[in-house]
Design a protein around this ligand. Sequence first.
Ligand SMILES: *C/C=C(C)/C=C/C=C(C)/C=C/C1=C(C)CCCC1(C)C
Length: 257
Amino acid sequence: MKELFLADMMTIPKDDPVAFTFFTGYMAMFAASVFFFFERQSVSDKWKTSLLVSGLITMIAAVHYYYMRDYYAATGQNPTALRYIDWTLTVPLMCVEFYLLTKAAGAKVSLLWKLIAASVLMLVAGYIGEAFVPLNADGTAAAGATNHSVMWGVISTIGYIYILYTAWFGEVKALGDSSGNPQVIKGIKILAWFVLVGWAIYPIGYMCMPGGWLNTGLGWTSSNVDLFYNIADAINKIGFGLVIYSVAKSDSATAKA
Ligand SMILES: *C/C=C(C)/C=C/C=C(C)/C=C/C1=C(C)CCCC1(C)C
């Protein structure tokens, strides 16, 4: 049994792009964590917590990818529960990054809680939408599947739009501007683009599940759910961290000069 499992893991990546992204995703998250943890020492004190949080985000993801990768290799199914446990920990930590970036300009903890509340709404609704979609015994969409996924998808989008709005036009944007720090202003702008473009990949994956619009409309299957999620995670978790890293590096250099 154990040998068979290992053999499966060795053969799947070459003909299965989803498995491939689970394996590369795992290694990329792992390497990014090592990078962020080690680079902490190269930035000034006020940026060390931000880099620690970047490393925690990719490290939490790496551990979940380790398990999701094996779950997928062994069953060929979407590791939905593990996926949402990962996001429930990492998305609030991304909100912490926004808070830490704007803290020097006077961000209050209430900003952090509002962003976290919006992410919880987004993720709980998304989980109900995916995990409890009505399915037939053979895994195809049962009656009501489309209604279920659309309803919970819309509720989830409310949380997403709140975060998007806060980053582009709301408190995060205003605090960034009032910081008077060009590096912070630029960093917030790039992160806002990540939330607009990078995070928008997730609803595309969501709509590939049985009953989802891209499933019924274009015939995209549930393995595409993980393909989109894996690509989006690599872009967003590592990319977010690198933006923070570059803000921290350039601001530390300015402070020294
Ligand atoms: C590291 C993980 C991240 C940044 C995850 C982000 C997840 C989303 C932005 C998910 C959004 C969803 C919608 C906006 C509607 C459909 C359901 C979701 C949960 C896929």
